[in-house]
Design a protein around this ligand. Sequence first.
Ligand code: CIR
Length: 268
Amino acid sequence: MRASPKNVTGNQLSMNTAILREVSSSIGRCELTHIAREPIAIDVARAQHRSYERLLISLGCSVVLLPEEPELPDAVFVEDTAVVLPELAIITRPGVPSRRPETASIAVTLARYRRLAQIEVPGTIDGGDVLVAGKTLFIGETRRSNSQAIEQVTGLLHPLGYAVRTVPVNGCLHLKSAVTLCGPDLLLVNPAWVDPARFGGRSIIEVDPAESHAANALLLNGGIIYPAAFPRTRKLLRARGLNVHDIDLSELAKAEGAVTCCSLIVET
Ligand code: CIR
């Protein structure tokens, strides 16, 4: 655990905990679905990941950095291993077999903060398919997340007052490749991959059409962590008055990852 900021009286500040995992040396063998394989410069990927960690700390997160999993190429993308809510954490069963062993160490870590539930066979779901908007969970219907898992999530969360809505996704890996939260009721959406009408009642910002991967932002403490790779959409976000913190994760993008994928945020 990295040192947590203290206030002037030396007391611990109340903050979010961000769970991260170091980039695996085997990341070059990652799963890829919608993009072509390119060489990944591991040193650059690790340096970018450290910048991401520093940015989270500067925004008030206490970071728990797990060691790399050398034999699990995609293990840096911890978002897919769990859905963390105030009441409990659901450990996922990732959609591709190569990623299933990633959940064991995440469960041990999350057990410090939350009661745990587990998605069981034959359910499969990736955390990247789950968008939590208050007491509503939008879950993407993708190759990674099936109806059995969605039923299990619904069964776990209905008694806690959550509504679960499924959302068709076309052309990208996860729901959160196509839509993320930029504010409590504000969504950043790529309408080519997901129908904005599915999120009724919420305000929408559409990505610039030239930047198809630009819909993934990480909302944190009222600002958003956002990839430097999408200047046109960033301009739209700033024009809406959003506090945008740039990050360059271009090497991890070659593994089909983005800004939400690299952390699990636990409100503590
Ligand atoms: C995969 O295909 O599973 C990884 N290469 C990328 C996962 C990115 N995770 C995410 O969008 N939540």
